[in-house]
Design a protein around this ligand. Sequence first.
Ligand code: FMN
Ligand code: SF4
Length: 420
Amino acid sequence: MFKLLAGGLALALALAATVLAQASDPILPPLWTLTVGFASPESAYFDAESNRVFVSSINGQILEKDGNGYISQLTGTGTVVSEKWVTGLNAPKGLRSVRGMLWVADIDEVVGIDIDSGRISSRVKIEGAKFLNDLATAPDGTVYVSDSTALKIFEVKNGTASVFVEGGDVVEQPNGLLVEGNRLILGTVGPAPSGAGGGPGGAPAGGHLFSFDRKTKQRTQLTMQPVGGIDGIESDGKNGLLVTDVVGARLLHVGKSGDVKVLANTYEQLASSGANTFRNLLLFHNNLTAELFRKQWLDACPPKDQIEGLTLPDARGIKQAVSVPVICTGGFQTASVIRKAILDGDCDAVSMARPLVANNDLVKQFAAGKDRADKPCTYCNKCLVHVVEHPIGCYEESRYPSTDAMYQEIMSVFVPSAFS
Ligand SMILES: Cc1cc2nc3c(=O)[nH]c(=O)nc-3n(C[C@H](O)[C@H](O)[C@H](O)COP(=O)(O)O)c2cc1C
Ligand code: SF4
């Protein structure tokens, strides 16, 4: 799983299977939220046998062997039993248990922790591993682990590792894993990045779910349409899957036929930083308060056709009172409006934020003689809300032919990848 995964989202995934069975409404509010005690939490895993939730904290860079990663132990109801239950890991990510042992993916090794004692009892170094990410366990003790950079899934049996399947054409950019009977389910972040080896962030989001027969390794594609940047996977107990989308920060339900339903959107940072964090989280997570907040927000907005140049009267007033150049801000995205403002002497220049997020070649379009972009910014402000946690970009779906096209455009800021 990727570092980007918010702690709240991961915890929600761990608990969602239980909640889903009770919920008639598809939107899942979190049962509980913890905002302290973790450092770059990457993964949360509910171990039914011990009735404990384990959380991996990278506590540093995702590929740094700094020895300060740790695992926390919580009760199933969100009470911290031990904040630093197991220390001495590097950048721990995916977690899963089998036969009383909690297995952890840690850069290039899988680490086995005895759940009763909390002692590390096994470290299996994996030859050729670069970025071990998620991990799955089978009842016979086999551990499967995905490598998002080497584009491989490894299999660890009796302390020995081997390649289970490999290659970008087979595993795309692999991430989430789950064993279900004799199938290994794989969720990918997206197509494999171009160039040998690839790297995290190098591919646009648009992952798929696949299954591999654990004996024959025969591959079946479970979803034809891109699902998102798939990270963690759990079963819903009814032939469906609960999936976290690390790019969209969403909890999804994928049905038997590959249909995708959004169960929850998360804005973890609202819960973990700034002032009034609990209030802010409630405002966005609770169906009723979210609607009230939305209404208050929309009521406060001027009509959309009056936003461009809304502050020009103020700029004019300021310009008359000062002798330095005045730059005016506020919705500018039409060449003739900008030209008029400057020629009329209302301001000396304008600045543009959202219009350039929506059309990053807008100035070139103006230079080519175009007055306004074909798909202008709608001033919806979704980019502002998303920038708190997600890559900067335009999140207004109505401006794109499809959701996938939107994610491709947003994720293009990562191409070429910083890791490749
Ligand atoms: C993604 C995004 C991030 C922004 N971050 C900041 C910020 O950190 N500080 C700030 O004062 N304004 C910030 N702004 C506000 C812009 O600077 C600008 O004042 C506002 O978007 C209105 O201009 P516009 O109509 O051209 O978008 C941000 C705007 C966007 C779209
Ligand atoms: S998300 Fe909305 S406000 Fe932001 S650039 Fe896109 S259309 Fe404009």
